[in-house]
Design a protein. Structure first.
Length: 314
């Protein structure tokens, strides 16, 4: 089923980058549609508090995403809530194929599919997902009120979520494979000051142990001495990084060795008229403000691209 309407821009993904692109594309009077398969806001929507988005000293992640969505909708941005299964580059236009078989066409495509939490790939992890293993403290922390949990990782997400979990659980083991955290200094200071967090450096999770009731412990291996140690815990929260959702990036678009899309300063990929923004794109840091900035850049660049295409074909 092909929709013969030709859009100026199709945006795939409704996180901060995609919604900002939607706002800017509408302000540039482009015929635009944004497609999102799940919750608007992406990773930010499942973040409890955001403290570093300019203009908001502190705001809930979900609330901030709602503001992005309302702002984009205020320009009458067309939104389709369906799954995209493929991006098909073309000469006259690019196409986006939906899971229901519909194919949409546009001069420009902005890919804003974000990323997903990485797995540890440790024995017991997949089997116990939802039975003690979690990748989202704000979604699942509630189930561990008054219990002992382990947090794995040393980046901003691990530190931030360990602090969040320390407020609702009895104790948090924070397990990091090195002896220094990667996360920001301000979060480190808060973690060091939190009596309910016990930091275990130089350790990796060898197995996640369970019984019929779900997770009941983890076995750690010391990366310096090789010694093993068991810990009793009912929850394991894994925050070991992030992988870009690059499944919809078409062949021919250049990726770096870790799967992020390589773009130029306009967020344009190696295929003209296909842009990549936010956590999908290779850049110095992944922050909400940078995702929003990418959305702005790509929409402005797409506007210029669409104008040029129309002028050529006129
Ligand atoms: P990240 O910064 O990539 O950190 C991942 C952590 O997991 C690192 O400490 C890494 O250890 C550890 N790790 C990776 N693989 C591991 C494994 N197999 N076993 C054990 N540990 C492993 O990921 P993130 O914390 O999800 O953050 C992603 C991006 O979002 C970052 O740019 C971050 O700044 C940003 N972010 C920002 C905020 C904020 O500003 N409020 C909040 C959340 C996230 P090593 O350090 O040894 O590599």
């Amino acid at each position: 089923m092909s929709n013969n309407e030709l859009y100026d821009v199709i945006i795939v993904g409704g996180g901060p980058a995609g919604l900002t692109a939607g706002m800017y594309a509408m302000r540039a009077a482009l015929k635009t549609v944004l497609i999102e398969r799940g919750i608007f806001g992406g990773q930010v929507a499942i973040t409890k508090e955001v403290e570093n988005y300019p203009g908001f000293i502190e705001i809930g992640g979900f609330e901030l995403c709602e503001k992005f969505l309302q702002h984009a909708k205020s320009y009458d941005l067309e939104i389709i809530e369906k799954e995209v299964v493929a991006t098909e580059p073309g000469v006259a236009y690019h196409s986006i194929r939906l899971a229901d078989g519909t194919v949409l066409h546009a001069h420009a495509v902005i890919l804003a599919a974000g990323g997903t939490a990485k797995k540890l790939n440790t024995p017991g992890e997949l089997e116990n997902f939802g039975k003690g293993v979690s990748y989202c403290a704000t979604c699942d922390g509630f189930f561990f009120r008054g219990k002992t949990v382990a947090v794995v990782g040393g980046g901003d997400t691990a530190l931030e979520d360990a602090l969040y979990l320390a407020k609702i659980t009895k104790k948090v083991y924070l397990i990091h494979r090195r002896d220094a955290f990667r996360g920001s200094r301000i979060l480190q200071q808060r973690v060091f000051a939190e009596p309910r967090i016990e930091i275990i450096y130089n350790a990796v999770v060898a197995t996640i142990n369970s019984d019929a009731g779900g997770v009941n412990g983890i076995s750690l291996k010391d990366t310096q001495t090789g010694e093993s140690r068991d810990l009793d815990t009912e929850g394991v929260f894994i925050f070991v990084g992030f992988a870009p959702n690059n499944q919809l990036v078409p062949a021919g678009v250049k990726l770096n060795t870790t799967g992020y899309v390589i773009t130029d300063e306009k967020c344009e990929t190696s295929i003209a008229g296909i842009f990549a923004v936010g956590d999908l794109r290779q850049k110095y840091a992944n922050q909400i403000v940078l995702a929003a900035a990418d959305g702005c850049t790509a929409a402005l660049a797409a506007a210029h691209y669409v104008e040029t295409r129309k002028a050529v074909s006129a």
